[in-house]
Design a protein around this ligand. Structure first.
Ligand SMILES: Cc1cc2nc3c(=O)[nH]c(=O)nc-3n(C[C@H](O)[C@H](O)[C@H](O)COP(=O)(O)OP(=O)(O)OC[C@H]3O[C@@H](n4cnc5c(N)ncnc54)[C@H](O)[C@@H]3O)c2cc1C
Length: 355
């Protein structure tokens, strides 16, 4: 069994921010810490995002700490731009990410250490940064009759791009950024689109208001402090009313219907008897935190979430969740990585560092 002071699980924005701050404050890769990631290449979840999500369509991507992403071509796929940038970043700071290494479980070990069980053996560690994001846990709601549907059901996590829906009747479920982007892309190709959401979508006028952003983050923060499952920050801030959305509203593509009540072999149906025929149901229903590997530590509260104070799991101060809840954005992940390392240095009784 190999021993280190800190294991970082995940090499997305959150894990790399943690690794950067470990390195910057004197932790040596391989000797003091390791970064483990089960994806095939650099980029975190960005490497899997659909090709039509160009870099220009990504709003509010913050660079990783210590190295700006500059001169990116807005017409290129964000999956390529960001993966190449992460690759450069890992090499520049010599972070030595080990991949593909899957973490199956984290358990209590001897001498107050945690055991991190992976597809490449076990690591014993004194502290853990769990930065596993949400991409690996797409959320599929369940509706009566779902198993009888004869068409295709696809989740955002496997969205193939708009051409795959040519000539088809598509029902898009979900009122977030992904759902609206899918609809606007698919509508010119599809035979028909129908948009359904549980709550009426909230559109935000004007530029992003920092105060509203802070209030949204505070709301999610409060949820995780109470041990409730976090909501996504975007679900709290609302969707910016940009030109594409305005046009979609004006020409009827973004004509939202309330959630259907059941799924039939040929489409969807509401309780009042209305029906829409469909070849595809596209679930843009979001993701949940990928934290199953922490299950043996029993951190979950009866409310269904993990109680987190700053980035520290309240039930186990060796465990930090970075990119979780209020830090599930690129800027939040940057800050949380730094905060987690500051706290871990205290736990390991290393010299304090300036903020
Ligand atoms: C479609 C989409 C668009 C978005 N656009 C924006 C945006 O414009 N701006 C913004 O700020 N935020 C955006 N977000 C949110 C943003 O992606 C995240 O906040 C941030 O990039 C996530 O970083 P992360 O490191 O937490 O997770 P990820 O990037 O998902 O990285 C997690 C890593 O952990 C690894 N991993 C997971 N489980 C294990 C395991 N058991 N063992 C080993 N490795 C594991 C994965 O392979 C992955 O590489 C978007 C999200 C989505 C879904």
């Amino acid at each position: 069994m190999r021993e280190v002071e800190v294991v970082v699980i995940g090499a997305g924005q959150a894990g790399l921010s943690g690794a950067y701050h470990l390195r910057r404050t004197g932790f040596e890769p391989d000797r003091d810490f390791v970064v483990l990631d089960h994806s095939p290449g650099p980029g975190g979840a960005w490497q899997f995002r659909w090709p039509s999500l160009t870099y220009g369509k990504v709003h509010g991507m913050h660079s990783l700490p210590g190295m700006e992403l500059t001169d990116a071509d807005p017409a290129r796929a964000s999956s390529e731009v960001i993966s190449e940038y992460f690759d450069r970043y890992e090499r520049t700071f010599d972070l030595r990410v080990r991949r593909p290494v899957d973490v199956g479980a984290v358990r209590e070990g001897p001498d107050g250490r945690l055991l991190v069980e992976t597809s490449d053996g076990t690591w014993a560690t004194r502290a853990l940064i769990s930065a596993t994001g949400t991409w690996d846990r797409p959320f599929w709601p369940r509706y009566p009759g779902q198993e009888t549907f004869r068409g295709r059901q696809v989740h955002t996590a496997r969205y193939p791009g708009p051409e795959a829906f040519a000539g088809q009747r598509v029902v898009v479920v979900g009122g977030g950024a992904s759902g609206t982007q899918h609809l606007l892309e698919i509508a010119p190709y599809a035979a028909a689109t129908t948009w359904v959401t549980r709550r009426p979508p909230a559109f935000r006028e004007g530029p992003f208001d920092e105060e509203a952003g802070r209030a949204a983050v505070a709301l999610v923060e409060e949820r995780v402090r109470q041990g409730l499952p976090p909501r996504s920050v975007v679900s709290v801030t609302g969707l910016p009313l940009n030109d594409a959305i305005r046009k979609g509203l004006a020409d009827g593509v973004l004509d939202r219907k309330p959630m259907f009540d059941r799924i039939t072999p040929d489409g969807v149906e509401w309780a009042d008897g209305r029906r829409v025929a469909a070849d595809v149901i596209l679930w843009a229903t979001g993701f949940r935190p990928a934290v199953d590997h922490l299950a043996p530590l029993r951190l979950r509260e009866p409310g269904g979430g993990i109680r987190v104070e700053d980035t520290r799991a309240v039930a186990d101060p060796r465990v930090h969740l970075v990119g979780y809840g209020p830090s599930a954005s690129t800027i939040g992940a940057n800050r949380a990585g730094r905060a987690a390392v500051r706290d871990i240095r205290r736990l390991l009784a290393r010299e304090p560092v300036a903020a």
